[in-house]
Each structure stands twice: as structure tokens, then as C-alpha cells.
Design a protein around this ligand. Structure first.
Ligand SMILES: NC(=O)c1ccc[n+]([C@@H]2O[C@H](COP(=O)([O-])OP(=O)(O)OC[C@H]3O[C@@H](n4cnc5c(N)ncnc54)[C@H](OP(=O)(O)O)[C@@H]3O)[C@@H](O)[C@H]2O)c1
Length: 429
């Protein structure tokens, strides 16, 4: 019999208890029992009866209790009580299940080393994609493959905002305010809309797929605050939809991870992912291209992923957290360095006067950046005339240098907006 202690009884913790006592009760029988729980406020009503469980005010005491075989950490946060409790449990060789991407992205290598040293386990299917089973797909189902790239929509809040802007013709601030009122976005939305939540998740996927230390330091993150309805409309004219895309790519220099708003062609598997859904596209050899999609958050989907880790532990199916021992994990490289190439979308607001397009073309040509398509749209006038252009594939540093030159042209009335254009994933042999 496995004795489980659950630290954190909020959205996911409450959902987990409901699932373990509901549809999973018969399947698990007495092979897994909830023994103890911990949260901040003992008196809070939680929608599930917790009176049968031992109560701990302090999750670290729960983690240290030798009769607890598995600690389920559902508190959240990269440091503080979550990190302390998980560290205590792993140090005494206990098994840990967590949904905490921030903790794992910041301290994953250190925690994996504790598993190596003390023989416990650290499972985290729920940490990326909520109910979408992507961790085990990468670590287990695709273990025989060499991954080339992963790209994903990993933040449901951003995808909801961008989808709603497009569908309802509204601006970012307006949709964000409504999402906050409806409880879809946090009161402080920065973690989501500035890209760090998706960054934590892609750092974890990259660690598993490429055998690297999860690294926040190597991440490049850009959020969606600067994306306007005008950009969405102009991108659509060129055949693209704007999404917040998290990518991890293998390159000759190493593995690069980034999160940024990007243009995806309408035929791209991520273009049709609407609302708060999550999706991940994996390109690997020899398997080819795989797309996974589903609910990226919520009590039920996330509890489903946490419970799947518990079932693995009950069945004795325990893997190393990142697929290899911690001392064999490599280091990712920072995005944007030598060899990092992209096709770019550039949106400019300019004065309507002769010679502007020639000046923009010259600035691009000076850095060897060639134009693929260009449209000028006076009908979308916002005090200045929008010009959008797409470039051919070129070194990111050359594109950035050209954009810097363009940004200081007299006729350019606002800072240029640059976004990467995603290619349709191909099978690489
Ligand atoms: N919500 C989702 O859809 C979702 C999806 C994927 C992953 N996750 C991850 O799952 C984890 C939990 O998320 P959640 O949405 O369930 O969070 P939540 O609703 O905010 O619940 C957090 C829980 O932790 C407890 N807690 C906070 N500080 C504590 C402390 N110092 N000592 C003991 N307990 C403490 C809270 O206690 P009180 O209830 O007493 O305040 C609460 O029960 C996070 O790592 C999150 O990133 C969530």
C-alpha cells in the first residue's frame, strides 16, 4: 500500500482528491491511500471532504513524515514551501509527484540529482500542457527518437486572448481585462502574457527531448502585449495567424529555447488551436511529426495528469525525471547567437510620403536581408500608414541590425514590431 500526502488543496489538489476518491477508487483499491494533507488555511471549504486525512499546517513536516511514501506537491512557486517540501521528501528517498513547472524549470537539475543520490522518484506529467500527455510521450513513447524541434502553444491565457482578439476584432488590453473579470487571467497577468509560464514549460520539454539541464537562463522570452489587432489583420492578409509560440530547436551550436509571438501559416498544425487549448508539435526521427492537443489547465485535466503519475508509481513504472541521470544532462545555448536564422515579419507605421519604402529596402539590403512579400495598407490607417513585410531566412542578428536602422528613419513613427515566421514542421530523416 502506498501512502500519499498531498500538499496544496487548491484547484488541482481538490481535483485530485475528487478523482482518486471517484472514478479511480475501484481501480486503485487499497494499493494507494491518501493519508495526509496540507494547505495554508485548515478552515477553508474545499468542495471535498478532507476530514479523514491527517492535517499538517506545514507542508515540510508532511514531506518529512516517514510514513508518507509519495508527496504530491500542488502548492506552486519556484521557491518557498514547495521547493523546501520537495527537497525534504527527495532527500529521504521518497517519491514526489508535482505539477509545478516553475520549480522544475528553475531547480529541476538539482532535484533530479537528489533522485539519483537517494533513489526516490520525481514525476511531473501535469507540469506541461495540463491534461495533454506530453512529458511521457517525449520521455517514454519517443525515447528511441532523435528530436529535431518542439513547438507549442503552452499558455492557454495567451492563446485565449489572441484567439478572442482575432475572432471579435478587439484589442489586447480590452480582452485581457475581460479575461481577468472572468477569472481566465490572473490579477497580475505578467507571468502569462510576458511569456515566462510558457518559457518554464518549454524549458522542461527541451530538457527531456534533448537531454539538457532545464534552464531559464538560456531562454529568450517575449510576450504578447505589443501584438495589436492591426498586426493580426495584416498577418492574416499574408496567410498567417499570430500565436504565442514556445520552441526548442536543435542546431549545430546547441539547443535553443524561446517564447515569442510568431506567425504561423494557416496550414500549420498550431494555427487552428483556438481558445485556451494547448498543443505541442514534435518533429523527431524516425517517427516524423506528431501533434498533441487538449486542455492545458483546469482541475479535471490537470488532476488526470497528476493521477497518471501516481498510477505509474503504484504499478512500479518509475523513470528518471529527465530520462537520463542528472550528471549526464548537457547545457542549452542562448537563442539569438551565431547560426540562429529565421524568416521575419516586420510591421512598420510610417508617414505617407515618397521614398519611405526605398529607405526601408535599403536598410534591409545593407544587412543582407531580402524581402519576400510587402504590403502597404492605407485602409488600416492609424494616424500613420502600416507597412508589413516578410523577409527570407536570414541570421537573426542581421535582421535585428536592419530593424534597428529602420527604427531610426525619420518617416518611421513608432518602434517596428518584428515577429518570427514559423515553418510548417517537416519530417526530418
Ligand atoms: N490550476 C491549473 O489548471 C494548473 C495546471 C497545470 C499546473 N498547475 C500547477 O499546479 C500547482 C497548483 O496549482 P493550483 O492552481 O491548484 O493552485 P491554487 O489553487 O492556488 O492552490 C494552491 C494550494 O497551495 C496551498 N498553499 C499555498 N501556500 C502554502 C503554504 N505555505 N503551505 C501550505 N499550503 C500552501 C494553498 O492553501 P490554501 O487553499 O489554504 O490557501 C492552496 O491549497 C501549481 O504549481 C500550478 O502551476 C496548475
Amino acid at each position: 500500500m502506498l501512502r500519499v500526502g498531498i500538499a496544496g488543496l487548491g484547484t488541482v489538489g481538490g481535483g485530485l482528491i475528487g478523482l482518486l476518491r471517484g472514478t479511480l477508487a475501484e481501480r486503485l483499491g487499497d494499493r494507494l491511500v491518501i493519508d495526509a494533507v496540507s494547505a495554508r488555511n485548515r478552515g477553508r471549504s474545499r468542495g471535498v471532504d478532507i476530514s479523514a486525512y491527517r492535517w499538517f499546517d506545514d507542508p515540510c513536516e508532511l514531506a518529512a513524515d516517514p510514513s508518507i511514501d509519495v508527496l504530491v506537491e500542488l502548492i506552486g512557486g519556484s521557491d518557498g514551501p514547495a521547493r523546501r517540501a520537495v527537497t525534504i521528501a527527495l532527500t529521504r528517498g521518497a517519491r514526489v509527484v508535482t505539477a509545478n513547472k516553475a520549480l522544475l524549470a528553475e531547480h529541476g537539475a538539482e532535484l533530479a540529482a537528489l533522485v539519483d543520490a537517494h533513489g526516490g522518484a520525481l514525476a511531473f506529467e501535469a507540469a506541461v500542457g495540463g491534461g495533454v500527455p506530453v512529458i511521457k510521450v517525449l520521455r517514454e513513447s519517443l525515447a528511441a527518437n532523435r528530436t529535431t524541434s518542439i513547438s507549442g502553444i503552452l499558455n492557454g491565457t495567451c492563446n485565449y486572448i489572441l484567439s478572442t482578439m482575432e475572432a471579435q476584432g478587439r484589442e489586447f488590453a480590452d480582452v485581457l481585462a475581460e479575461a481577468q473579470r472572468l477569472g481566465y487571467a490572473e490579477a497580475d497577468p505578467s507571468f502569462d502574457v510576458d511569456g515566462m509560464d510558457a518559457g518554464h514549460k518549454i524549458a522542461l520539454l527541451a530538457a527531456i527531448a534533448f537531454g539538457n539541464v532545464p534552464s531559464v537562463a538560456a531562454l529568450e522570452t517575449h510576450g504578447i502585449r505589443d501584438v495589436s489587432l492591426l498586426d493580426i489583420r495584416l498577418a492574416a492578409k499574408l496567410g498567417y495567424r499570430i500565436k504565442l509560440i514556445a520552441t526548442a530547436e536543435r542546431s549545430p551550436q546547441g539547443v535553443r529555447t524561446r517564447v515569442a509571438p510568431a506567425l504561423v501559416p494557416f496550414a500549420h498544425p498550431l494555427a487552428g488551436i483556438g481558445g485556451a487549448l494547448n498543443a505541442v508539435v514534435i518533429s523527431a526521427s524516425p517517427v516524423g511529426v506528431i501533434t498533441l492537443t487538449g486542455a492545458g489547465a483546469g482541475a479535471g485535466p490537470t488532476a488526470s495528469a497528476v493521477a497518471s503519475d501516481l498510477i505509474d508509481i503504484v504499478e512500479g513504472d518509475v523513470r528518471l525525471p529527465f530520462g537520463v541521470s542528472a550528471d549526464r544532462l548537457g547545457q542549452p545555448v542562448a537563442a539569438g547567437g551565431a547560426g540562429d536564422e529565421e524568416r521575419a515579419f516586420l510591421r512598420l507605421l510610417v508617414d505617407d510620403r515618397p521614398g519611405v519604402i526605398a529607405a526601408v529596402s535599403n536598410a534591409l539590403a545593407k544587412h543582407g536581408v531580402s524581402i519576400d512579400a510587402l504590403i502597404q495598407d492605407p485602409s488600416a490607417a492609424v494616424g500613420a500608414v502600416p507597412i508589413v513585410l516578410t523577409t527570407h531566412r536570414r541570421d537573426v542578428r542581421a535582421i535585428d541590425a536592419a530593424v534597428a536602422d529602420i527604427g531610426v528613419l525619420d518617416a518611421v513613427t513608432a518602434p517596428p514590431l518584428v515577429m518570427r515566421i514559423e515553418d510548417i514542421p517537416r519530417t526530418v530523416t
